[in-house]
Write a protein that binds this ligand. Sequence first.
Ligand code: M6R
Length: 587
Amino acid sequence: MCGIFGYLGPKTNSLELVIKGLQKLEYRGYDSWGVATDLNGELFVDKKVGKISEAKLDNFKDKSSNIAIGHTRWATHGGVTDINAHPHFSSDKTIAVVHNGIIENYQEIREELGKENFITETDTEVIPQLIAKYRKDNSFKDAVFKAVQRLEGRYAIVVLNVGENYLIAARRGSPLIVGVGKDEYFLASDIPAFLEYTKDVNYLDDDEMVVVDGGVEFINLTTGKPVKKRLINIDWQAESAEKGEYDHYMLKEIMEQKETILRAINQDTDEIMHIAQMIKDSRGCFLSGCGTAGKVCMAGEYFFSIIANRHVNFAPSSEFPVYHHFLRPESLLIIVSQSGETADALEAMEAAKKKGCKVFSIVNVEGSTIARQSDFSLHIKAGPEKAVASTKAATSQMALLLLIATAMIGELQEGRRLLAEVASQINDMLNPRFLNYIKEVAEKIKDQENSYIIGKAENYPMALEAAIKIQEVSYVHAEGFAAGELKHGPIALVTEGTPCISLVANDEVKKDIINNTLELKARGAHIIGISPEKHDVFDDWIKVPDVGIASPLVNIIPTQLLAYYIAVLRGLDPDMPRNLAKSVTVK
Ligand code: M6R
């Protein structure tokens, strides 16, 4: 939900640097973009509808400045127009602001400041106008401090004041990270923006602001007092945030599953045992996440039930607060999130904390808000996931949940062995022949309007997840069902040639799902079977390794590839699906 970036340092091509950084944050929003700088005491702003990746760097070559801010937008308030793009600025053109989040009381502030002074439809414009108002009688720092006290909602902002060679940033609810280089500073929504310059970071917490000049000064927005922070070194490589030889991040990240599962299970044994014990000791354990992470949680429910004989309840994070009646201090909430910044997941945590519950999280972004606000957190180490469609994070999260389930019954070593075998099988499976075959299957179904996916037991959540993948990148209508549910209604949707994907594992429910697949076939469905074994009912068979209870980890991969190839064959960009953004930091 929007990427923001600010730079202050010795480099005088700050606009180019900010644009290049924003291009690395493009996954956060791609309907418009803009930059601002102080050009010899005058505010320079350039903003446009379109993708930041299409920005022409040459246009900024002659604009020399060592300070700049920029934004790549996923619109919330106000249409996608040049004028609604960020940065927004005060009427006197002294203050410019980039913002990620939503200001809930913007109408009220607009009224107060005089609606006629506003030139955009956005909530954000109130921020520079408010700062400019306070700036008349205050220093830049005090003006920002006073203005943010007035804001309700969620925000991460970076503010530039013409004539002052420093930047100020503040946050509540939306991510903001300070990259600390050699005599230079970066303020960004996510680390890849500045990874090529520094790996040393400070995370801004909620209700904090930072003044960036020749150093960094953190201030608590509630008390006004300084805050001390430890510099954290990030172990990501700059290349891991690039596409490399691949056409799209989505394909690159699908292929990275050759290694990511091994990294996910490479966890400290004591930590795994600690969380396994926390689950065992809890009275009422809940799993929660959104979208793909939510489907991972559902798979986790099956792992805990089948492997550890333990009932864990799943609720999508946006629904979780409704269940607060069931929470007590002995309850445990497990949050799964790739970004660690999803607003709904944070709200679920808040609901749990209000009832005194402990929160354990599984995240991919170390130091993210969810990680920091949890009592205990594990990091899946999948490396930056930039495609909007979550792929490698999902399989790594499932691997970790499965591992924890085995630890709960004292079989951690067996769990590790099984998952290492899964990783090795995935490595073999993801070869060029396999990819070509899936592309051929995608070619057959790419023009269909509807598709259905069925799964049973631990593969039922994967049917739901496969549907998300197909919907979000190829815009083909896709729905996942528990295989046994078809006959209770959805089968009426199937007509001659409707593509139906059946996720079959070599387990005790195999016969049942094959019967359900036959029911689809009898209504004319074109059956794509994803299974270790060939069954007569399949029109197309995608062979996957037989990995027992870990079958969701391998069955999901061909569906990721199918979604990818359908999108590409339909001429779409799978990395930038319409209406979506990678990190959903609004409720
Ligand atoms: O960063 P998170 O894992 O918390 O994100 C949750 C969902 O927004 C995310 O999984 C979303 O559903 C993906 N675009 C699906 O591919």
